[in-house]
Design a protein around this ligand. Structure first.
Ligand code: ATP
Ligand code: HSE
Length: 320
């Protein structure tokens, strides 16, 4: 369960005095999530999410993440709206942690998304890219190639324990990225972690996007490549071409890709798979078993990297 910090009713009620959210009726910790402590609040004004930021989120980045949600929500993207305090600020302190209240989104995330959901995600991702284009704050991607290299340096010596031959394989990927990583693609605000657990649905309709805590400036097509990895592979590691086709068509119905983006897609998908393999591998090797942080399997992403290495053109993902 990922509630790292306990909050008493007394301190929460006092904290809520600073917000236009009425009186506290009830609250409970939310087990899902791995980065922060989240609570569902019911007040006389409705339902809200309280987040206490733990050490994996940089406090200096909070104005960017919250400002982005505020910007996107006001432009019609269905994402949580940070509730402003009576003094106008969005960030408070509770139980010694930076703390924020955001609006509650209806819906649930899907453990087995289908083709129709992939199309919805593609459309929503492109709409988010367009809506973020005039957001004035910036954040470099801490998990771009330099960040991957740091994770790799910390994990390489034990990589072959997880998968025989992995060290040499990933060294080869880095050598390829140094030569072939694209450098001049359309760039702007990306979500950077739009996995199924960060997208809510009501039936077949997408009802909201959450968890903007990896958002940053990077290539739009890299965000799309991350969605291909997160949404279009089956449990047996096979790529589902029908889902890929739907995701890409949904995206292009809102924001058509340039020729350069189309050509770069296999390299971006391979880089994105490496990024998630590396964060998972690092946690796998360094986080103690039985702790609160849920460790995710890096080998799922080793399989994806191998798949992308063999791709000749983005049409193999279903790109039209
Ligand atoms: N605005 C919201 N409306 C409804 N539920 C929410 C909202 N924000 C978060 N939640 C709930 O809290 C859970 C955890 O949220 P979130 O993914 O932001 O946490 P996290 O700690 O950043 O985790 P991770 O980065 O591992 O996904 C979500 O799965 C969802 O159940
Ligand atoms: N979505 C990430 C974890 C949290 O950001 C993963 O599946 O590895």
């Amino acid at each position: 369960m990922a509630v790292y910090t306990d909050v008493t009713e007394g301190e929460l009620s006092a904290f809520l005095q600073n917000y236009p959210v009425g009186q506290l009726l009830s609250y409970k910790g939310i087990a899902e999530g791995t980065e922060n402590s989240n609570f569902l609040l019911h007040t006389t004004a409705g339902s809200f999410i309280l987040t206490l930021y733990e050490k994996r989120v940089e406090k200096a980045d909070l104005p960017f993440f919250l400002g982005l949600m505020d910007h996107l929500a006001k432009k019609g993207i269905s994402c949580p709206l940070p509730v402003h305090r009576h003094d106008g600020s969005m960030i408070g302190t509770l139980a010694g942690r930076p703390a924020v209240i955001i609006t509650f989104l209806e819906g649930m995330w899907l453990r087995k998304p289908g083709v129709v959901h992939c199309r919805e995600v593609g459309e929503a991702l492109a709409a988010m890219h367009l809506a973020g284009a005039d957001f004035t704050m910036h954040r470099a991607n801490a998990l771009a190639i330099d960040g991957w290299r740091k994770l790799w340096e910390a994990s390489r010596a034990r990589a072959n324990e997880v998968e025989p031959g992995l060290a040499a394989e990933v060294d080869g990927d880095f050598a390829d990225f140094e030569r072939n990583w694209p450098c001049d693609l359309p760039t702007g605000i990306i979500h950077a972690d739009l996995f199924p657990d960060n997208v809510f649905f009501l039936g077949e309709k997408l009802s909201g996007l959450i968890d903007f805590y990896f958002a940053c400036d990077d290539f739009y097509a890299y965000d799309l490549a991350t969605c291909l990895n997160a949404w279009c592979f089956e449990k047996d590691f096979s790529f589902n071409l029908t889902k890929g086709t739907a995701l890409l068509a949904g995206y292009q119905s809102v924001r058509p890709l340039s020729e350069a983006e189309k050509q770069a897609l296999p390299m971006l998908a391979r880089g994105s798979a490496l990024r998630f393999m590396l964060t998972r591998l690092y946690d796998w090797l360094t986080v103690p078993d039985g702790g609160l942080v849920m460790k995710r399997d890096p080998t799922e992403y080793i399989r994806r990297i191998r798949f992308h290495r063999a791709i000749g053109s983005a049409s193999e993902y279903g790109l039209k």
